[in-house]
Design a protein around this ligand. Structure first.
Ligand code: HEM
Length: 338
């Protein structure tokens, strides 16, 4: 099985553009081989499990600044908080002001709409990529003037030693926006909605922030943001007695895997004491597994732990839940904070 992203780009009819060049040569459309290995390697060294741990302090700072800025009373936490956590972390990584987070978040949501597989969205997606490439070029130029210890400066160093070309560096700066923000934002909103609905769980996390770790893990299992990931058959094959012709797209369902009773005992039960293994599959697996899974998990844990500690009595008043075949998301999450 190979990546299905090339099939998706073709189905969406992306015209010749910076977006198409990006899609053709970027990590997501590469199958096994030297290019995939080199591109994955460039990022693994910056956001692997150890490096992600080092990024926790910066992430916690972004979350805390966003909480300080929340107004009192009824708040739409999807827009005022969940969307801005990963976008704010991205701004922190590229040394941009937190004020840019709304732009980053909206652009990420627009370009990731490609997974809706609706070609009428293509012109908007292509235009958003143009804006993102202009933004990334500005950030790279600014960092090159004043290199520091930030994430983007580290990526620039990877490019300067010859692992990436100049335009691959821009590709990475854009790929990080699309890959890191929308999925994480949606996960945070879903998990706030679901954890506050479990009797006693929100108050328990408010009292003991370390419980955010098993709570996030269990919420990701029961209510995954991505319900499936896709692959293309690289040759004629079969799964059990179902024949799969070469070139077919296959959607593997995490949603179903997470509720398999022979893998997870009492699979429908939310259980804070459930063992860490077997792991949930929110981040896919194998050669194409999510490179940002350690960072993403830390972002969600920090968001939940700090939000519960600040607002132990938080109540969801209105949640506009949108379930489409691949993604779960909330369009709105109105809460009372106190
Ligand atoms: C909760 C948030 C996130 C979710 C649910 C998520 C989910 C996924 C999934 C399902 C895949 C495809 C895996 C497969 O097909 O096996 C993926 C790929 C990827 N993700 Fe994430 N992701 C999240 C956050 C992030 C973050 C924060 C980053 C970067 C900092 C990131 C970077 C990537 C990259 C680079 C790939 C492509 C990997 C490849 O093709 O080799 N993701 N993600």
């Amino acid at each position: 099985m190979g990546t299905d992203h090339g099939n998706l780009v073709e189905k969406m009819g992306i015209p010749e553009s910076r977006a198409l060049t990006f899609k053709r040569r970027m990590l997501l459309t590469q199958n096994r081989g030297e290019v995939r290995q080199r591109l994955r390697g460039a990022l693994t060294g910056l956001i692997g499990p150890k490096q992600a741990g080092d990024l926790r302090e910066g992430i916690a700072g972004v979350v805390s600044n966003l909480l300080d800025a929340l107004p009192d009373g009824v708040v739409d936490l999807k827009h005022a908080f969940a969307d801005l956590v990963p976008a704010g972390v991205y701004c922190h990584w590229v040394d941009a002001p937190l004020l840019h987070a709304r732009f980053v978040s909206e652009m990420s949501e627009t370009v990731l709409a490609i997974f809706r597989r609706d070609p009428s969205l293509t012109p908007r997606i292509v235009a958003a990529y143009d804006e993102l490439f202009a933004y990334a070029a500005d950030r790279i130029a600014a960092r090159k003037q004043a290199m520091g210890d930030d994430f983007l400066s580290q990526l620039i160093r990877v490019q300067q030693v010859g692992v990436l070309s100049e335009s691959e560096l821009e590709d990475f700066a854009v790929m990080l926006i699309e890959a890191s923000t929308d999925n994480t934002a949606a996960s945070i909103a879903i998990i706030i909605d679901r954890l506050t609905a479990q009797p006693g769980v929100w108050a328990a996390i408010a009292n003991d922030p370390t419980l955010a770790i098993p709570a996030v893990r269990e919420a990701m299992r029961l209510w995954p943001r991505s319900i499936s990931t896709s692959r293309t058959a690289l040759e004629d094959t079969a799964i059990e007695d179902v024949a799969i012709p070469k070139g077919a797209s296959i959607f593997a369902s995490f949603g179903a895997a997470h509720r398999q009773p022979d893998i997870f005992e009492n699979p429908h039960k939310f259980d804070l004491t459930r063992a860490e293994r077997p792991p949930h599959m929110n981040f896919g697996g194998g050669a194409f597994a999510c490179l940002g899974q350690f960072v993403a998990t830390i972002e969600v844990e920090e968001a939940i732990a700090q939000l519960a500690a600040c607002y132990p009595n938080l109540k969801v008043l209105n949640a506009d839940r949108d379930y489409i075949p691949i993604f779960h998301r909330l369009k709105q999450l109105d809460v009372s904070l106190k």
